[in-house]
Design a binder for this molecule. Structure first.
Ligand code: NOJ
Length: 734
C-alpha cells in the first residue's frame, strides 16, 4: 500500500518537474482526484507554529496532522533548516506528499527591520518602499518562507486604534500607491524566482474603522464611504497581483468580513477579478459564533467557506467540519474543490511541486540575512521616514562641534523598541539605539544619559538626575514616546498623551531654558499640544527599525535633510477624533465667527499637524500656480504648473502635493482629495517647475448609484507643501 501511495506521489511530483509548461490545471485536477475530503479540508487549514529560536516547538498534534496530510500551511515557522524539517514531514510522510506553505507576518522587514509601515509611508517614496519589501522578501524566502501577511491596506482616521502603525495612514491615494509598491516588492519578478514571496492583502475590509477606535469593534459605514475612501488600497494591491487576501476580524454593516459575500464575492471576485485565495484572520471563522451570525462550528464553516474565505487560520473549523458537511450534502463538493484548487495553484506557481525545498537552503540563508546593503537600505528608509514637526529656533541640524550633550528619556537607549511592533525575526539586540548612534557620530563629545523616568509608570525617581545632566550640558536631546508594545494589534488607547510621567519630565527639562531637541518614537499620531507649545524643536522618528540610532544621528547632524510628510493627521485632542483632511464642508462650515456653524466651543477645528505636513532644514517657496487650459473636454489633460524654489541654505527634498476639490457635485464632495505628489530635490537657490497632468479620472467620484463618474462643473486644483498650505486655480470639466 505504502509503495502504491509513494509511487502515486512520485508520478505526480515528476509530472510537475517534467515540464514548466505542463498545464497546472491538469496537474491540479489529477491531484484533486486522488485526495480524500479530509485531505482537501487539510489543504484549507493553516496552523501556527509555536516558534522559538531553537525552532523545535511545533506541537505533536500538528506533527500528526502534517503526516496525515491535513495541513495546508504553517505560519510562524521560519529558518531554512526548520522549514525543511517540516516540509520533509509533509512530503515524505504524508500519503500524497503535498508540500506545505510557510507564512509569516513579515510586515516591515524580516531580519533586517525597516521602519514601521506608517513611518515608511511618511517618506512618500514609492521606490524606497518597494525596495524595503523586496529586501524583506529576499530575507524571508531565504528562511523557507513562501508567504508574507502584508501589505496591511487598512485606511484609518482614528489613531486610538493601535494598528495605524501597520498601515499607510488616512489617505486612499497615497495608501494605494504604497500598497502596490509593497506587493511589487514582495512578489518581485514573479514566483518563478525563489526569492519571491506571495503577498497577502489585509484586512479585508474596513478593519481600520472600528467604532471608537476600539480593536476588533464593529464597522458601520455607507457603501459610498467604503468605496470612495476605504477600498482603493486593497484594490491597488490586488491589481498589483497580490496572490492572497486576508479577511478582517470586524463585521461590516452587520456581516462579519470572514463570511461576507458582498466583500469576498461581489467586490473582490466579481468586480476586481481576484483569482487567488482568501485566508481568514486568526480564528476569525470561529469568531463567527461570537459575532452571533453562526450557531455552531458547522454553520460557521459553511457560511465562511461559501462566502469566499478559502482558508481557515487556526480555528480548526474547516478541518473538523468540512468532511461531514460534504458527506451530508450541505456543502457542494465543487465549492470545496474550487477552494482547494486555489491553494494548490499557489503551491504550483511557487514551484513547490517541482522542488518543495527550493526555499530551504541553509547556505543561501547564511548569505542572505542582514547583509550590509540591507542595513544601509534600512538606514536610508529610516532617514526618509522621519518628519520634522518643529524647528523654530533652527537648532537643527546640530553642530558636530558640540562637546557635551545630555540624552534623556526612556527611549534614548532602547534597542528593542526601535523595531516597533510585528518585527518578524528581528533581533532587538542588533538594533542601534539613539545613544549608540550619537556615540558613533560624535566620538569626541561627552554624551551623558539617563532615562529620566520609566516609560509608562507614574515614577519621578530619576527626574533629579535628568535635571542635573540637562543643566550641565550644552544641548539636551529628549527621547520620548510610546513603548513599541503600545502600538500594533490589540493596543487601542483612549488617551493619546505621552504615557507615564514623560510630559512632566519634558516640562521640567524645558523649563531650564536650555536648547532642547525632542525626538519622538511612536506608532501613531499622539496628542502633543503641550510639547508643541513649549518645545522649539520636535522630530518625529516613529519606530525607525534596526538602524534607528544611525539614521537619527544622520538626520540630527544634517547629513540627511528630513523630507518626510505626515500620512496621518495629528489631532489636538482625542475629542477631535476622527479628524482627517478629506472631510466635508457641511451645510454650516465654520466661518470663524458665528456660533451656529460647525465647530467646537472648546477647541479649534484644525488639527495640531495636518496631513501632508513636514518641515525641512531648508525653506521652499511656491510660486504662482497656473494651468495650460482652464477646461477639460472628453479625455483631454490639463497641465498644472508651479514654480518651486529652495530659498534656504541646505540642499533638500520637498514632497509637492496635488489636491483637487469638486466644487459642486451630486454627492457632497470632500473639501479636497490628494491626487498626486512628487518628491523634488533642490540645491540651495535652485528653482524647478513642477507639473502635474490632470484628467477626467482625477475628477471622478462615486455617485449615489455607486457608479464612478466625473460630473461637469468647476474644480479647484490645489498644489502646495501640505494639505492646508496650498495655491489654488480653477478649471471646468465640460
Ligand atoms: C492576527 C492579525 O490580525 C493578522 O494581521 C496577522 O497576520 C495574523 N494574526 C497572523 O499572525
Amino acid at each position: 500500500m505504502k509503495f502504491i501511495i509513494t509511487f502515486t506521489f512520485f508520478i505526480a511530483f515528476h509530472i510537475g518537474a517534467f515540464s514548466q509548461s505542463f498545464n497546472s490545471a491538469h496537474f491540479i485536477d489529477s491531484l484533486l482526484l486522488q485526495m480524500t475530503i479530509e485531505e482537501k479540508a487539510g489543504q484549507l487549514s493553516l496552523f501556527t507554529n509555536d516558534w522559538n529560536d531553537s525552532g523545535d516547538m511545533i506541537q505533536d498534534q500538528y506533527v500528526e496532522l502534517i503526516k496525515d496530510g491535513k495541513v495546508g500551511g504553517i505560519f510562524n515557522a521560519h529558518g531554512a533548516a526548520y522549514t525543511r524539517k517540516l516540509q520533509e514531514m509533509a512530503v515524505n510522510e504524508s500519503r500524497l506528499g503535498i508540500p506545505l506553505l510557510f507564512g509569516f507576518d513579515v510586515i516591515h522587514g524580516h531580519h533586517t527591520i525597516f521602519p514601521v509601515p506608517l513611518a515608511e509611508s511618511s517618506s512618500w517614496d514609492l521606490e524606497a518602499i518597494e525596495r524595503s519589501a523586496r529586501i524583506a522578501a529576499l530575507e524571508a524566502s531565504a528562511t523557507g518562507l513562501h508567504w508574507v501577511f502584508a501589505p496591511m491596506c487598512d485606511i484609518s482616521r482614528d489613531p486610538r486604534w493601535g494598528r495605524v502603525m501597520e498601515g499607510a495612514g488616512e489617505d486612499p491615494f497615497l495608501a494605494s500607491a504604497i500598497a502596490a509598491a509593497r506587493v511589487k516588492g514582495f512578489q518581485g519578478e514573479g514566483f518563478v524566482q525563489p526569492d519571491a514571496v506571495a503577498a497577502c492583502v489585509k484586512h479585508f475590509a474596513a478593519y481600520g474603522a472600528p467604532q471608537a477606535g476600539r480593536e476588533y469593534h464593529s464597522v458601520d459605514m455607507s457603501e459610498l464611504t467604503l468605496r470612495e475612501f476605504y477600498l482603493p488600497p486593497y484594490k491597488a494591491a490586488v491589481d498589483a497581483g497580490a496572490f492572497t487576501v486576508m479577511s478582517a476580524f470586524n463585521d461590516l454593516n452587520g456581516i462579519p468580513a470572514t463570511a461576507n459575500s458582498f466583500l469576498l464575492q461581489k467586490i473582490l471576485r466579481d468586480e476586481w477579478n481576484f483569482k487567488g485565495f482568501v485566508v481568514s484572520d486568526f480564528t476569525s471563522v470561529l469568531e463567527l459564533l461570537n459575532h452571533g451570525t453562526a450557531e455552531n462550528a458547522a454553520q460557521a464553516t459553511l457560511t465562511a467557506l461559501s462566502s469566499g474565505t478559502e482558508m481557515d487560520m487556526q480555528a480548526f473549523f474547516y478541518l473538523q467540519n468540512i468532511p461531514h458537511l460534504v458527506n451530508k450534502g450541505f456543502l457542494e463538493k465543487s465549492v470545496l474543490d474550487a477552494a482547494v484548487r486555489k491553494v494548490l495553484q499557489l503551491k504550483y506557481e511557487l514551484g513547490l511541486f517541482n522542488d518543495p525545498f527550493r526555499f530551504c537552503s541553509v547556505e543561501r540563508e547564511q548569505k542572505m540575512l542582514m547583509k550590509d546593503e540591507f542595513l544601509e537600505a534600512s538606514r536610508d528608509m529610516a532617514r526618509k521616514s522621519m518628519v520634522l514637526l518643529k524647528n523654530d529656533a533652527s537648532l537643527l541640524p546640530l553642530s558636530k562641534r558640540l562637546r557635551k550633550v545630555a540624552l534623556i528619556g526612556p527611549l534614548a537607549d532602547s534597542r528593542q523598541d526601535m523595531l516597533g511592533g510585528w518585527y518578524a525575526a528581528g533581533d532587538g539586540k542588533k538594533a542601534v539605539s539613539l545613544l549608540d548612534g550619537l556615540k558613533s557620530k560624535l566620538p569626541d563629545c561627552e554624551i551623558t544619559f539617563t532615562k529620566g523616568c520609566d516609560i509608562v509608570a507614574q515614577d519621578e525617581q530619576d527626574f533629579d538626575t535628568a535635571i542635573k545632566l540637562a543643566s550641565e550640558a550644552e544641548l539636551v536631546i529628549l527621547a520620548l514616546g510610546e513603548p513599541a508594545w503600545m502600538t500594533g494589534e490589540a493596543t487601542s488607547r483612549t488617551s493619546l498623551d505621552l504615557p507615564g510621567m514623560q510630559q512632566e519630565l519634558a516640562d521640567k527639562i524645558l523649563s531650564l531654558g536650555k536648547n532642547v531637541v525632542v525626538v519622538l518614537f511612536n506608532g501613531r499620531p499622539l496628542t502633543i499640544n503641550k510639547l508643541d507649545q513649549n518645545a522649539s524643536t520636535i522630530l518625529e522618528a516613529w519606530y525607525p527599525g534596526t538602524m534607528a540610532g544611525s539614521a537619527l544621528a544622520d538626520v540630527l547632524f544634517g547629513e540627511y535633510n528630513p523630507s518626510g510628510k505626515l500620512p496621518m493627521t495629528f489631532p489636538r485632542s482625542v475629542g477631535q477624533i476622527p479628524v482627517f483632511y478629506n472631510t466635508k464642508n457641511t451645510g454650516r462650515p465654520w466661518d470663524g465667527a458665528t456660533n451656529t456653524t460647525s465647530r467646537y466651543i472648546d477647541s479649534p477645528n484644525e488639527p495640531l499637524y495636518c496631513f501632508g505636513f513636514g518641515l525641512s532644514y531648508t525653506s521652499f517657496i511656491y510660486g504662482d500656480l497656473s494651468v495650460d487650459k482652464n477646461q477639460i473636454i472628453d479625455n483631454e489633460l490639463v497641465t498644472a504648473t508651479i514654480e518651486l524654489t529652495n530659498t534656504g541654505k541646505f540642499a533638500g527634498e520637498e514632497i509637492v502635493q496635488l489636491y483637487i476639490r469638486d466644487l459642486v457635485s451630486s454627492v457632497s464632495p470632500a473639501l479636497k482629495n490628494l491626487k498626486g505628489f512628487q518628491k523634488i530635490m533642490l540645491q540651495p537657490g535652485e528653482t524647478k517647475l513642477v507639473q502635474f497632468k490632470i484628467g477626467r479620472n482625477d475628477l471622478a467620484f462615486y455617485n449615489k448609484d455607486l457608479k464612478r463618474i466625473a460630473e461637469p462643473g468647476e474644480f479647484e486644483i490645489m498644489i502646495g507643501t501640505d494639505s492646508m498650505k496650498l495655491k489654488t486655480v480653477r478649471i471646468r470639466l465640460l
